[in-house]
Design a binder for this molecule. Structure first.
Ligand code: HEC
Length: 110
């Protein structure tokens, strides 16, 4: 009985320590990877090498009118799965929120 209680007390202390270790603001933050990287940074780090900083195209095609060519679903699949002609798959490199941001950006390029 006593043993059980002190274990519970220990647990409570443990939780208090963990909780005080990070402020409420930390707990409410969205995925830090996403909030700290805006879509232009995501694009620059992952896409600009092949598609150009201004979407003008380098080894990959220019993306300036890509929003007229594909709908959001198609853009998402393209980014996630890549394509056989040299577009790499990003499903293991970018999280869903990052892909959605890219899709929303590209959908406006028409
Ligand atoms: C290693 C080079 C490379 C990287 C990095 C790359 N792409 Fe591509 N991408 C290509 C190539 C090559 C194609 C053309 C593939 C094809 O025609 O099948 C392409 C095609 C596309 C298309 C379709 C264009 C069209 O007109 O049909 C989109 C959209 C696209 N890429 C978006 C992206 C995004 C967003 C990123 C970053 C997350 C990215 N790409 C990263 C090489 C790359």
């Amino acid at each position: 009985m006593r043993k059980g209680r002190s274990f519970a007390a220990l647990l409570a202390i443990g939780c208090a320590v963990v909780l005080s270790g990070c402020s409420l603001a930390d707990l409410c933050k969205p995925d830090p990877q996403v909030s700290m990287t805006d879509v232009h940074t995501i694009y620059k780090q992952n896409c600009a090498g092949c598609h150009g900083e201004q979407l003008q195209g380098v080894s990959g095609p220019d993306l300036k009118t890509v929003g007229a060519k594909y709908d959001n679903d198609q853009l998402k699949q393209l980014i996630l799965k890549g394509s056989p002609n040299g577009m790499p798959a990003f499903q293991d490199k970018l999280n869903d929120a990052q892909v959605v941001r890219l899709v929303n950006m590209l959908a406006n390029e028409k």
